[in-house]
Design a protein around this ligand. Structure first.
Ligand SMILES: [Zn+2]
Ligand SMILES: [Zn+2]
Ligand SMILES: [Zn+2]
Length: 141
């Protein structure tokens, strides 16, 4: 399957109409280890205006295609979700590693996180793990 077919399939599965701008956003986010901020997307995406981009990101987040994670500056960054995220539930309970040097946020979804068992009477709605440190790129400088 070509990239574009894959993205079209993804949009269809989430009942989103195929638009050039949506495909472009997907192509920028897929296969990245790090999350991308809206300003960074804006600077590389070409002629997609800010409002359109914002709407695309909100729609993708709502549909379970991307998840939002804040970096150390408090800026929202976006990363592609695992396949099991959907419109009603996100399952992005992987570790988000914040590099204190380059400020990149890494989705470390290959790590197994320990199961969390809450005391009786608590109902879990959202769980997030984050870590701060140096990424391999910055460490080897
Ligand atoms: Zn998700
Ligand atoms: Zn770094
Ligand atoms: Zn993530």
């Amino acid at each position: 399957m070509s990239y574009n077919q894959h993205f079209e399939h993804l949009l269809k599965r989430h009942q989103l109409k195929r638009t050039e701008a949506r495909l472009r956003v997907l192509s920028l986010l897929v296969n990245k280890k790090t999350a991308t901020s809206q300003p960074d997307l804006e600077s590389v995406i070409g002629d997609v205006d800010r409002v359109t981009l914002y709407r695309i990101l909100s729609a993708f987040e709502e549909k379970g295609i991307i998840h939002k994670v804040f970096d150390l500056n408090g800026t929202a960054n976006y990363a592609i979700c695992a396949d099991d995220c959907d419109e009603h539930h996100h399952h992005d309970e992987h570790l988000h590693f914040n590099c204190s040097n380059c400020k990149n946020v890494y989705c470390l979804d290959e790590l197994d996180m320990p199961p969390i068992v809450l005391p009786a009477g608590f109902k879990l709605e959202k769980l997030s793990f984050s870590a701060v440190g140096l990424c391999p790129k910055c460490l080897n400088k």
